[in-house]
Write a protein of this length. Structure first.
Lengths: 111, 114
């Protein structure tokens, strides 16, 4: 079945850029997502990218998609302590409908 | 944009009781909705696919009689955790999508079974 993998932990200093990487296996993925989950809270959709795009930028967030390598990344510029959270990569296929999530990357931002 | 509403956001219940969680698509019709479960510090695992007007499709290892899903209308799916036990304590999230569009997620329900 479909699989989404991402590294489990990332630690950066405040003000640096953070890059969270994700790989997926479903070549028919239509949408790819990045979600943020703060402790005790639900999922917050940060951004998403349609599979025919290479890049999407939204303020401090930049998403890069390499469809050939099935690699997705999320770059957070000028990382702040409030960015500390778990970040989930996910993919969905509009035909199948359901989405598959990675295990989440815990981002720790040190002052 | 499309909105998926999930209720309640948090519920505490006694062991042996049943708990119902609602998932509503507020401004679109969803013939299919999805239910996920998240264990502490773990990713979300798909539990079942809820199909309007027909039986839900459960993922392997998910007890159908334990987690009852009803999708009686195009805007509402419910998940009932029957005879809840402490091991059922978890974060439950639903999702839905307008046709051929990206998924939208509810805000989740934190279930705590005492």
């Amino acid at each position: 079945g479909e699989d989404v993998e991402q590294s489990l932990f990332l630690s950066v200093r405040e003000g640096d850029s953070s890059v969270i990487n994700c790989t997926y296996t479903d070549s028919s993925s239509t949408y790819l997502y990045w979600y943020k989950q703060e402790p005790g809270a639900g999922l917050q959709l940060l951004t998403y990218i349609f599979s025919n795009m290479d890049m999407k930028q939204d303020q401090r967030l930049t998403v890069l998609l390499n469809k050939k390598d099935k690699h997705l990344s999320l770059r957070i510029a000028d990382t702040q302590t409030g960015d500390s959270a778990i970040y989930f990569c996910a993919e969905s296929n509009t035909n199948a409908g359901k989405s598959t999530f990675g295990d989440g990357t815990t981002l720790t931002v040190k002052p | 944009g499309a909105v998926v509403s999930q209720h309640p956001s948090r519920v505490i219940c006694k062991s042996g009781t049943s708990v119902k969680i609602e998932c509503r698509s507020l401004d679109f019709q969803a013939t299919t909705m999805f239910w996920y479960r998240q264990f502490p510090k773990k990713s979300l695992m798909l539990m079942a696919t809820s199909n309007e007007g027909s039986k839900a499709t459960y993922e392997q290892g998910v007890e159908k009689d334990k987690f009852l899903i009803n999708h009686a209308s195009l805007t509402l799916s419910t998940l009932t955790v029957t005879s809840a036990h402490p091991e059922d304590s978890s974060f439950y999230i639903c999702s839905a999508r307008p046709d051929s569009e990206k998924l939208f997620f509810g805000s989740g329900t934190q279930l705590s079974v005492l």
